[in-house]
Design a protein around this ligand. Structure first.
Ligand SMILES: *Cc1c(COP(=O)(O)O)cnc(C)c1O
Length: 359
């Protein structure tokens, strides 16, 4: 007899790891290219000697360090095994089966999954033709059953940015009992532009008890492999998060590495400057070659190639550059080191052009 599992899980796609080739350049996962700084490596090696002990489930040192750096009380901070698990916990603390979660689409692939796992109802709202959140349509999608709204700023995978004024207006229009998660996984890569003022979720959340800011050590802080992220929210919400938290899921090494990374924040964040410079260089080269490339506030660019996305990404992989394909929709290109980006550009401005349908 087949073991019985929930029939509704059939609607959740199984994880398919990206294909890779020896010697290929990986521009598929929005990671940083540099390994840990010496001080962070030392913290990792030292804490590895303590793994016979359980981690600190309250992450006291990490939360105190974050509290100091962010100037937010410790009771307003929760940590998670990557911010993706905080996304999951947010659905768990807000939704009973059938309750609704609004999120932009296309956006972070984890949103529909964590909603489905909780047996909540996904309410995806299509992005605007410019590939940004359609905040008006998201507001219009709110019903009595809405419990949670994800806002991804900058949006993964389209890179779109919501400015401060626009975001404040949106937050003011959301009923105060509906939780809004501001997912700022790429916050450190945002720079002001001529038409967008930077929205800092921490400021916007200060006087709004229904707003949760999600940040992570996986992207600009370079700790994707260790799995640690954090939420900043009103104590009622951080307390609720602690109730559904998988005990000890933020491990000792991750906690120590995150603390050491915060001590080296200036040096780590300085690295984002070269990523931002490369983001501009790669985008300009693609525009020059005839691509449609929306502006990006993150460490990746979005190529809205529609049905041409899969063959484009496939050919890029064969040329030694692994991209992230979203079939039928587009291809996401992580900004890597200059030589990696050059390899991508050699493909994109060469054989890739015909596959992208550029005449
Ligand atoms: C990468 C990413 C995260 C966080 O990832 P973790 O590694 O789980 O911290 C969260 N949201 C978005 C939109 C992301 O792209």
């Amino acid at each position: 007899m087949t073991p019985r599992t929930r029939p509704d899980l059939a609607s959740i796609p199984a994880y398919v790891p990206g294909r890779t080739f020896p010697g290929a350049v990986k521009l598929a996962s929005n990671e940083t290219t540099s390994g840990p700084l010496p001080s962070v490596r030392e913290a990792i090696l030292e804490s590895a000697l303590d793994v016979n002990r359980y981690p600190d489930n309250g992450a006291v040192e990490l939360i105190a360090t974050l509290s100091e750096r962010l100037q937010v009380p410790a009771e307003n901070i929760a940590v998670g095994c990557g911010s993706v698990s905080l996304c999951q916990e947010l659905v768990q603390i807000t939704c009973e089966p059938g309750d609704e979660v609004i999120f932009p689409w296309r956006s972070f692939e984890a949103y529909p999954v964590v909603v489905a796992v909780a047996a909540a109802t996904a309410v995806p709202v299509a992005n605007t033709p410019e590939h940004g959140h359609d905040l008006k349509a998201m507001l219009a999608a709110i019903t009595d059953r809405t419990r949670l709204i994800f806002v991804c700023n900058p949006n993964n995978p389209t890179g779109s940015l919501i400015g401060r004024t626009e975001l404040e207006e949106f937050l003011d229009a959301v009923p105060a009992d509906v939780v809004v998660a501001l997912d700022e996984a790429y916050f450190e890569y945002v720079r002001p532009t001529s038409n967008v003022d930077v929205a800092d979720g921490l400021e916007l959340a200060k006087n709004r008890d229904n707003v949760v800011v999600l940040r992570t050590f996986s992207k600009a802080y370079g700790l994707a492999g260790l799995r640690v992220g954090y939420a900043v929210a009103a104590p009622e919400l951080t307390t609720a998060l602690s109730k559904v938290h998988t005990p000890f899921s933020v491990n000792t090494i991750a906690q120590k590495a995150a603390v050491a990374s915060l001590a080296a924040a200036d040096e780590l964040l300085a690295r984002t400057e070269s990523v931002v410079a490369e983001r501009h260089r790669v985008r300009d080269a693609l525009l020059e070659a005839g691509y449609d490339v929306p502006g990006s506030g993150a460490n990746f660019l979005w190529l809205p190639l529609g049905d041409r996305s899969a063959p484009f990404a496939e050919a890029a992989a064969e040329a030694g550059v692994i991209l992230r394909n979203f079939t039928g929709d587009g291809t996401r290109v992580t900004i890597g080191d200059p030589h990696e980006n050059d390899r991508f550009l050699a493909f994109a401005t060469g054989p890739g052009r015909a596959l992208a349908g550029i005449a």
